[in-house]
Design a protein around this ligand. Sequence first.
Ligand code: ZN
Length: 176
Amino acid sequence: MATYPIRTYGDPVLRQVTTDVENVDDSIVKLVEDMIETMHEAPGVGLAASQVGVQKRIFVYDIGDGPSAVLNGRITESSGEWTYEEGCLSVPGLYWPITRPNHVLLEGIDLDGKELKIEASELLGRVFQHEIDHLDGVLLIERLDPSQRKEALKILRSQSLSADEQRAKHKLLGRG
Ligand code: ZN
């Protein structure tokens, strides 16, 4: 098994909509294994294929009961409301209270190509909604209310500026 680098905010791959898996072949099984290792190493409770630069409708999750994978997943029903301090491996270190539906029904297939229907609430329901958003090219920034979003974009802009400064410094050092 191997791990992938996790794509972060600003990487255009995170904005793309993924496509369904047509054949669950060995390459998909290997991808899922590597995604699980990447998620555990991060560590995170969920990881979507687009976060490792793969445009396929696949995500993995593990909220403490062991890892699972969902292929071609979609939320087909949702109800209730739940506010939870939500973070994202692609927006590292930042968390916001976000309100989303509490109960969801997720439908998709598993690694054997068998149909899946999972009802989930609270943390698991939240993970499903967060990962399905990734597969639709949506980041949690878009789930913030206007004032939270303004604040978030300010932080993210200053982070990318300091990353540019770091790169500039390295360049100077590199020149010796
Ligand atoms: Zn995320």
